[in-house]
Design a protein around this ligand. Structure first.
Ligand code: FES
Ligand SMILES: [Fe+2]
Length: 376
């Protein structure tokens, strides 16, 4: 009888653990079963640093935005003193989210029974609770979530014992420091809801094997080398002239980032901040793919486009940026299409021997990173 195996049995994964030229990819049940997904939620996403958004999304005190990280509702808020805070977006009365989307409010008031919280999470009023034994506002503040920023990227972790973000990101600044992300601004953010596993999407973003086929009409061939990473990230570098952010034949209207040096001055970086944030950094701009798991076979992908503040302030920016947006609006749906297509071919009941190409070294690294965390 065909049966799904115990997907957390390490013995199943011996072929994935072999060196790349002998290795198999992760088996189909890793992309399709509730069991494997639940282990990823508990052992990866509830413990790692997760990307929430850019600092420009909360420009002034009281600015907030909400995100759901593997189903956990989080609100990031700019406190009165300008500091970035994050809380569970869940009222301490009976759990209603306090806010949705993004906006600005100096008090977060629950739409259900009007318990009201300050931007530092303190409960400041709770109508009708005077008679309740031992009830003190001070005991029912919002549950804080640990938050740290790097280069204007906001990250949160649910694990109080997680290492600091700087330790987590290891030597990434040696490679990406020259992009001066603090001097960049998010100019556009677009979301896609996809019928694919989050890992398929990440794997696709971390290999250039598919670009001559999937992107034959747009990006075409990319030749990439693995970069030396220390910490919870991996990356590829593609050496080329010009920018990677517009299609061949289009104008490249914006100047290169003035602080580039080393490899950053010689092409494009494609980096994965584990578990699921992809950063692509080219000579005149950068973009991120924030891949948010929604279940074994669903993912939300958010693409954010970032330009130096000086570029975004140019009078011709809105007009000239169109060729960049066109590039992303063409190439991303190609990746979305193939990721959803791949999902249709995966059944947890059939695991046939498979192999990886030498053009997929980071698919191999990523699969093993996932197993390192998920398996007992
Ligand atoms: S659930 Fe928020 S006030 Fe009741
Ligand atoms: Fe692609």
């Amino acid at each position: 009888m065909l049966m799904i195996p115990n997907v957390l049995d390490p013995a199943l994964y011996a072929p994935v653990r072999l060196p790349l030229t002998q290795a198999e990819p992760l088996p189909p049940w890793c992309y399709t079963t509730d069991e494997f997904y639940k282990a990823e939620v508990e052992r990866i996403f509830l413990r790692t640093w997760n990307f929430l958004g850019r600092i420009e999304m909360m420009p002034t005190p009281g600015s907030y935005f909400t995100v759901s990280i593997v189903g956990v509702p989080v609100v990031a808020v700019r406190d009165k003193d300008g500091s970035v805070k994050a809380f569970l977006n869940s009222c301490r009365h009976r759990g209603t989210p306090l806010v949705q989307g993004s906006g600005k409010a100096m008090m977060l008031s629950c739409p259900y029974h009007a318990w009201t919280y300050a931007t530092d999470g303190r409960l400041v009023s709770a109508p009708g609770m005077q008679e309740i034994a031992g009830f003190r506002l001070a005991d029912y503040g919002l549950k804080p979530v640990r938050v740290e920023t790097w280069g204007g990227f906001i990250f949160a972790t649910f694990d109080d014992d997680a290492p600091p973000l700087s330790t987590y990101l290891g030597n990434i600044a040696d490679h990406l420091g020259p992009y001066s992300f603090n001097d960049m601004v998010l100019t556009r953010r677009k979301e896609y809801d996809l019928k694919c596993n989050w890992k398929s999407y990440v794997e696709n973003a971390m290999e250039a094997y598919h670009t001559p086929t999937v992107h034959h009409a747009t990006i075409g061939l990319q030749v990439c080398n693995v970069v030396d990473s220390v910490g919870e990230w991996i990356g590829l570098h593609e050496e080329h002239e010009g920018t990677e952010a517009v299609l061949e034949g289009d104008e490249t209207p914006f100047p290169f980032i003035s602080t580039l040096s080393g490899l950053a001055a010689q092409g494009t970086y494609f980096v994965l901040l584990y578990p699921s944030t992809v950063l692509a950094c080219t000579r005149d701009c950068a973009w991120y793919l924030d891949v948010r798991p929604q279940g074994p076979a669903r993912a939300k992908v958010i693409i954010g486009s970032m330009f130096p503040k000086t570029t975004a302030a140019r009078p011709d920016f809105e007009e000239a940026v169109k060729v960049y947006y066109k590039r992303w609006d063409k190439s991303l749906p190609e990746d979305n299409w193939v990721s959803e297509l791949q999902q249709e071919g995966l059944s947890p009941y059939f695991k046939t021997p498979a192999r990886l190409s030498t053009l997929e070294p980071l698919v191999h690294s990523f699969g093993n990173w996932v197993l390192d965390r998920v398996l007992p």
